[in-house]
Design a binder for this molecule. Sequence first.
Ligand code: NAD
Length: 377
Amino acid sequence: MNPEIINVSINKEKNQLSYPIFVGNNLLLQSGNLLKKYINNKKIIIIYDNYFDQKNSLNKYFEQFIQSIKIETFSINLIGISGGDKTKSMSQLTNIIEKVLSFGIDRDTIISAFGGGVVGDIAGFAASILLRGINFIQIPTTLLSQVDSSVGGKTGINGKLGKNLIGAFHQPLAVIADTIILKSLPDRELKAGFSEVIKYGLIKNKEFFIWLEENYTKILNHDDLKLKKTIMKSCSIKSEIIQDDEKENGKRALLNLGHTFAHAIETFGNYDGKIIHGEAVAIGICMAFGFSYKLGFCINSDLERVINIFQKSKLPTSLKDIPELSISTSEMMEKFKYDKKTRQGKLTFILNNKIGDSFIKQDVDLNILKNFITEEI
Ligand SMILES: NC(=O)c1ccc[n+]([C@@H]2O[C@H](COP(=O)([O-])OP(=O)(O)OC[C@H]3O[C@@H](n4cnc5c(N)ncnc54)[C@H](O)[C@@H]3O)[C@@H](O)[C@H]2O)c1
């Protein structure tokens, strides 16, 4: 089957960088062919989610990927790591880097990340600092990573004080999003990825949001055509937003809708699985709409409609849905200080005028925010 291709183009000061996202079903079988021009007999280090070490009927695609890549190169080394946000740590990064170096790499070596957002983020970050930067390829295996984290070049790990505080912008050479690999993804993870999909409609495409309202059941039931459209549309919207703002000096920040709340919530969970990234994003987006409503930017019916799609998708919509997290207003306010959009102590949030129309709100009133958080807890 021929893949659909979305080209991500990024305008840099002096030139334009561009790379393909291949989207389709059963593409991993032809990975070698799709990636031929990048691999071209170079050494490949595959950093993969060790979930794929398990042998079962749904788990043959990783092996297919390796066999297909083998046709294009004389040298492949493998490093298995665990999924889950705990892996995005300095100690894991050090382990990965030392292992990669022990394989004897040069500046032509390519790292390939095969896994969800966690593997992609840490492997991409390793690629960005090894020998001052080597190339990498993304093979995302979760819905979240196919629609979001594998595209756009944000790589990194979590710091003790907050999420994704250590990292680099490093764009991949190519991305392959194969819907077949999602067959083994647990429902909880599929739904978590769906949060980031809803985000795109809410930021700037009401038509897509309406399509999601109409099609969420099929998407969450793995309907392949709907999944493909979901991935294509999400990646196109993301690529449109980042093309003139690779390093988030302006409108790229819109992609953080809900994330200032979400990242703070995740740190309360200690990355131990009580709450996973996409679930925190669902709550974060509902809070961003709640806060937009409180400040008089959006109407109540939009807020209700947003909560409704998350609830119908069986995602959490409020901090009260995760009672195991013990959160206080003051601790939450403290965490906001480490948000990467904060400048000179002034907080910035992404808010909405309506569904499909997000904007950047700088210098948010701290007292109103405090009251809002207290009401939410
Ligand atoms: N770089 C970016 O732009 C960006 C954007 C959004 C999110 N993120 C990051 O992405 C991470 C979340 O990514 P994620 O949700 O993919 O998490 P993840 O990588 O931890 O994967 C989720 C779970 O699914 C398992 N898994 C992966 N693929 C599977 C498959 N095909 N079948 C069965 N199980 C599979 C993993 O082992 C893990 O347990 C967070 O750290 C978040 O900060 C980064």
